[in-house]
Design a protein around this ligand. Sequence first.
Ligand SMILES: Cc1ncc(COP(=O)(O)O)c(C=O)c1O
Length: 362
Amino acid sequence: MTGGHVERFGRLRRELHEARAEGRRRWGDAFADLGGSEPLTAWPSDAEADRALAVAAHTRRYGPVEGRDDIRAAVAAHYGRALGIPLGPEHVLLSPGALAGITLAVLALCRPGEPVAVPLPHYHAYPGLIELAGGRPVPVPVDGRLTIRPPGALLLANPVNPTGAVYGRRHLERILPGGPVVADEVYAEHVYDPRDFTSVASMLPLDGSVAWLAVRSASKTLGRPGLRVGVVIGPAPLIAAVADRSAVLSGAANLPGQLAFAAGLPGAAAADHMRPYRARLHDTLALCEGLGLPVERPRGTYYLWVGPPAPATAAHAARLCRDAGVFVWPGEYFGSPSHARVSLAVPRATLAAGLRRLAGAR
Ligand SMILES: Cc1ncc(COP(=O)(O)O)c(C=O)c1O
């Protein structure tokens, strides 16, 4: 049922997981794992999340496929405030994680066999999920700076995992809307200067005249990837189309997870998500410069996109795991075998040790 992307990324994922596990076995506590994709902070507090998740009775029922009515309303109010647009419950749907939300969005907006442009480097899952949704992924080699309006549909991460690039309003105005747009905005709160980021939701009309959907996630907004809750935002008719697909594919997000998500939003709204990363970024850029590791200052996410000698291919990254005791996700995993992704969301000592090993290894 697929054109090979699912299998190709599956092979890369397995190869890297095995090498990472072997590196851990060989190097023990000295293994420097710079792969971390979980944020360093989380909302609500663990105690509050415990309370929300301990509602076992909720797991005895199906909820509405769009999300529970009161939670949808709370989520719509939160994003309406954050985005400065009049969102109602009909404009949001709670999905079982952002990945499912993005897949449902692609299914809702794109016709079978149609091309879906994916700027490179891309989040590893995009070509596979487009393929599963019946579309044709078309990588657009832009290295995070998309300057042309791509023909057909567009699946765009903003901010960009893995490069840390952020598309602002002016930039988006040049590329939107060529056709249907799915904006993966799971790192929307992870921007060093919030003025750099604009959501497509603040730019495109809510009346259904333009085909767009934006996706957010508990994994990043709340730092709780285990909740498996995502949010799809968009015009009401398109949210209904997403719900129709969810009803025959994934079903609703789990109800305790929805409750915990709603409980965490007020804290997340008041927080500076970048607080744990500012000093780390400053120190790490200085260290990279000292070590001769080429890197551009990211505008968002908690990643750095590091050039050679950081390992660009899975084979090289796997070798470094075993022989140098350091793991990073290679650019090949993101469709761009030129750089590697280094996470700032790891202990500082691990970060420094890992970067030294990257610089010293070949
Ligand atoms: C750009 C991007 N999109 C989507 C996801 C998946 O989010 P979720 O955990 O909600 O499925 C991630 C997770 O790391 C991501 O980095």
